[in-house]
Design a protein around this ligand. Structure first.
Ligand code: ADP
Length: 380
């Protein structure tokens, strides 16, 4: 038995799952939302109270835990292995807060309250940037003043690494070929969204950068923009740095363009003639196609393109529009296979397509649980 509690602590929500790392089955999972809101109005006072709610909900499922795994968004330059949490590690994560002000402080809070509540269990931090630690320098480096970049640790770190790694391994397993023989593009399309190019099991590019704001259009984040927009708004529109950051993170992307992040609703609005929803969708698809084209060029060609996460796993229209007209590039979707709403890993390309297109459900909790077990086993 290797049961792990996986905690993903955000500023206003705490996601959790109890996972059997060996079998891969999820014993229980859920989310506690509205942390920091008034308790009288149905909110949860703080992260400690949220964790207590989790314990109440899990009850007997807590029995036999071997570890607690914590998802930490930013590992900075030095933290890229699943690591046993101790005082030195929490201090390091704290030091990284300026790199990930929206994500690391709440993760740290989650770690602190969980360690207090479960002091006898090993706690392990798993970093979302880890998988991309060894990106080739040409992909990881911004073309800015080198001294400034070095001094401030500015590079492309990449995020969703746990998912990109897990899904690319699953793709190789599904096809029953060695990971090392495949050139892959993974499209993780959830509320956050990122693409990666993986050559023989090694990531060679990814769309997110110093922060999770770069790259694809997301639910509430802009993805790529001209950095000139930021200085222009700051200088001319009288917006503070905080205003601009908040706008780009929370009121941009699909929300900023069309007022809606859920693609099921976006499609309905488009059908009813909503021009803003149509534009949001078109911008989203255009950006996605650009990244697919870029990564086909980075890799030379792709053996596999895999869609994953909430939108990637469920939205056949997004998948169709992302890949339409790419037959000359070796990519041909099978409309019927694509429209099949099955929940398990599946092939959605035609048999003659040179590039195999897959849909594979991601499972970051399982990947984190397995990483925890390997750390704990190494300790024993
Ligand atoms: P997160 O990044 O928060 O983990 P998910 O990977 O769960 O997000 O993706 C959530 C998004 O997936 C939703 O906002 C919605 O746009 C999309 N989604 C979920 N189910 C469907 C569906 N059946 N059809 C289209 N889109 C869906």
């Amino acid at each position: 038995m290797s049961r792990v509690l996986v905690v993903n602590s955000g500023s206003s929500s705490l996601k959790y799952a109890v996972v059997e790392a060996d079998s891969g089955s999820t014993v229980a999972d859920g989310i506690v939302e509205r942390i920091g809101e008034s308790v009288d109005e149905g909110g949860v006072a703080d992260h400690a109270a949220a964790l207590q709610t989790v314990f109440d909900e899990l009850a007997d499922d807590m029995a036999g835990l071997v570890a607690v795994g914590h998802r930490v968004v930013h590992g900075g330059p030095d933290l890229y292995q699943p690591t046993l949490v101790d005082e030195a590690l929490t201090a390091k994560i704290k030091e990284l807060s300026p790199l990930a002000p929206l994500h690391n402080p709440p993760a740290l809070l989650g770690i602190e309250v969980a360690r207090e509540a479960l002091p006898d269990l090993p706690h392990v931090a798993v970093f979302d940037t880890a998988y991309f630690h060894d990106l080739p320098p040409a992909a990881a480096t911004y073309a800015i003043d080198r001294d400034i970049a070095t001094r401030w640790h500015i590079r492309r770190y990449g995020f969703h690494g746990t998912s990109h790694q897990y899904v690319s391994q699953q793709a190789a397993e599904f096809l029953d070929v060695p990971l090392g023989s495949l050139r892959q593009i993974v499209l993780h399309l959830g509320n956050g969204a990122s693409a990666s190019a993986i050559d023989g099991g090694r990531p060679v590019d990814t769309s997110m950068g110093l922060t999770p704001m770069e790259g694809l259009v997301m639910g509430t984040r802009s993805g790529d923009i001209d950095p000139g927009i930021i200085t222009y708004l700051w200088r001319t529109a009288n917006m503070s740095v905080g205003d601009i950051e908040s706008m780009l993170n929370r009121r941009a992307g699909m929300l900023g363009l069309g007022g809606e992040i859920d693609f099921r609703v976006v499609h309905k609005r488009i059908e009813s003639g909503d021009a803003a929803a149509q534009l949001a969708y078109d911008v989203y698809i255009h950006r996605l196609r650009k990244y697919i084209g870029a990564y086909l060029a980075v890799l030379g060609s792709a053996d596999v393109i895999t869609f994953t996460a909430g939108v990637g796993e469920n939205d056949s229209r997004v998948r169709r529009d992302a890949l339409s007209g790419m037959t000359a590039l070796g990519v041909e979707l099978d409309e019927q296979r694509n429209a099949d709403g099955a929940k398990e890993a599946r092939r959605i390309s035609t048999d003659r397509s040179a590039t195999t297109v897959l849909v594979i459900p991601t499972d970051e909790e399982l990947a984190i649980a397995r990483a925890c077990v390997s750390v704990v086993t190494a300790l024993a």
